[in-house]
Design a protein. Structure first.
Length: 506
């Protein structure tokens, strides 16, 4: 998709190129894994880049950034007179109510869902894999311990309830409803959003967007619903959605000023007055800065999102109110920097004796092993065990600049190249629409470390293959250091050498 944002030098829009260079260096110093960024000022794009092997035109799972798009759908529904924020949930979802309806549940409204204040003390666990309204019944059966509107509790299931509400009101899915009202007017192309088993789209965290998509949404948020001179969604909606509607201090995670500044209608408020953001897990941000007439967008894969916000504030503090004198030298350095960003690799250490011993040997799992595509997977939205498949065999071969991993899963065979040059190589694979990046090295005499990144996903797996004379064991660690259940991986049994005579460890 061609960008609709005219490029401009940072200085022409009141931002020193050196400030953006320092921002990029700050991200690196903080150890944040970045995938892409863009900076909009006065409606122009003053800087943009991506960290290889990721690209700006790739779809990226934006997680809870999705919630802000669900907010837009509720706004349009409200604008069209099909929704009142004071409507009781017990009226809309009468068929999903528990046998006993508590006073707090009876009082809960649509507005309470929008502000993450429906009354739950904890986020409910719901079954997204049953193809009926079981998950809705579970949501409403979860205790409503607080008077609605009085206690913030982050609640992705609650956002999905809003999507179910949308379908009940219109008979349309979230993306279907937004297509003529938002996506088409903004020039947004194909957009996907995961769905739970009953068909309700996962508006709490299911969208996949390109950086250009995020830029257009961010500018739409900044201009309070106005696009190319036309007010698509009432400014009144944004006056509520993008301002503090409920207190989050003491109940938000992490305990940080940018998470303690309050919550609107599916938007987080930022610590800097007047600023707010669409916020997806691991750093999928559109930070909207009305006082600076700016939007800073990031795609990343880090748990240290508070640190990312600090870096963003550091950059925004250096935005000036007027144009600056041109600085060709600094701007040239910025262009060079942003055009050569890449994830850190590692030196490609080889072990020729071990390679000779491993070469050609075929290994089969000692017990059932999930498919390699699942085992090496990063974060998957709504993963289902029925999709996992099985791995049947693996073997290794070695070339000058790469290790080849030959995989036989029950649904097909493929070869995954792993670069040993220190930088990722990207290959087309049947289980990925956007390619798989790989890199490998020997870290011990008998251990191969490989990092595999399915570029459809925001994270990957670090695999350690530990070889013994007749087998190997493998350990998998997410490239995001986290205890989040989203990053939990499968476990493989030992793989036994099938043709032992062809491999000898020296």
């Amino acid at each position: 998709m061609k960008s609709c944002f005219e490029p401009a030098t940072p200085e022409s829009q009141g931002v020193p190129s050196r400030a953006i260079l320092d921002f990029l260096e700050d991200l690196n110093d903080r150890g944040l894994e970045m995938h892409a960024f863009s900076i909009l000022r006065h409606g122009k794009c003053i800087a943009q880049g991506s960290w290889y092997p990721y690209r700006t035109d790739m779809e990226h799972n934006v997680f809870s950034f999705s919630k802000s798009l669900t907010s837009m759908a509720m706004g349009f529904l409200w604008q069209e007179g099909k929704l009142s924020l004071s409507e009781k949930l017990t009226d809309i979802f009468a068929d999903c109510m528990p046998e006993t309806i508590s006073e707090n549940l009876a009082a809960a409204t649509v507005r309470d869902l929008l502000i993450m204040g429906c009354g739950h003390e904890t986020e409910p666990f719901v079954d997204n894999f049953t193809p009926d309204n079981t998950w809705l019944k579970q949501f409403f059966a979860h205790p409503f311990e607080h008077a609605p509107g009085t206690a913030y509790q982050y609640n992705t299931a609650g956002t999905n309830v809003l999507c179910a509400l949308l379908f009940r009101k219109t008979g349309e899915s979230l993306t279907g409803y937004l297509r003529p009202r938002l996506f088409d007017p903004l020039g947004i192309g194909a957009v996907s959003c995961a769905a739970i088993a009953d068909g309700t789209q996962f508006g709490g965290a299911g969208f996949r967007l390109t950086l250009e998509d995020m830029k257009r949404f961010g500018q739409f948020f900044l201009k309070k619903g106005c696009w190319e001179g036309k007010q698509l969604l009432s400014q009144e909606w944004f006056d509520q959605a993008c301002t503090k509607q409920i207190e989050t201090a003491g109940r938000a995670q992490p305990d940080h000023p940018d998470w303690n500044a309050g919550y609107g209608f599916q938007f987080w408020m930022c610590d800097k007055p007047g600023s707010f953001r669409a916020d997806g897990a691991f750093g999928q941000f559109a930070v909207v800065l009305p006082q600076k007439d700016a939007v800073i967008l990031t795609q990343s894969s880090t748990e240290q999102t508070f640190s990312l916000m600090e870096a963003i504030h550091g950059l925004s503090s250096r935005m000036q109110d007027c144009a600056l004198a041109p600085c060709p030298k600094e701007y040239g350095l910025l262009l060079q920097k942003q055009n050569n960003l890449a994830l850190a690799g590692f030196s490609g250490v080889r072990n020729r004796k071990m390679e000779t011993a491993i070469e050609g040997a075929v290994y089969s799992p000692e017990g059932d092993a999930v498919s390699f595509r699942t085992f090496s997977s990063g974060i998957r939205m709504l993963p289902s065990p029925k999709d996992d498949g099985k791995c049947l065999q693996i073997r290794f071969s070695f070339e000058k600049d790469r290790i080849l991993l030959h995989i036989a899963d029950d649904d097909g065979s493929y070869v995954l190249p792993l670069s040993t040059t220190g930088n990722y190589c990207v290959s087309s694979q049947p289980f990925s629409r956007q390619g798989v990046a790989g890199i490998a090295r020997f870290v011990e005499n008998n251990v191969i470390e490989a990092v595999v990144r399915n570029l459809d996903q925001p994270s990957g797996k670090r695999l350690y293959f530990c070889f013994e004379p007749d087998r190997f064991c493998v350990r998998a660690v997410s490239t995001i250091v986290t205890d989040s259940p989203m990053t939990a991986g499968a476990v493989w049994p030992a793989f036994l050498k099938t043709n032992v005579s062809e491999g000898r460890f020296l």
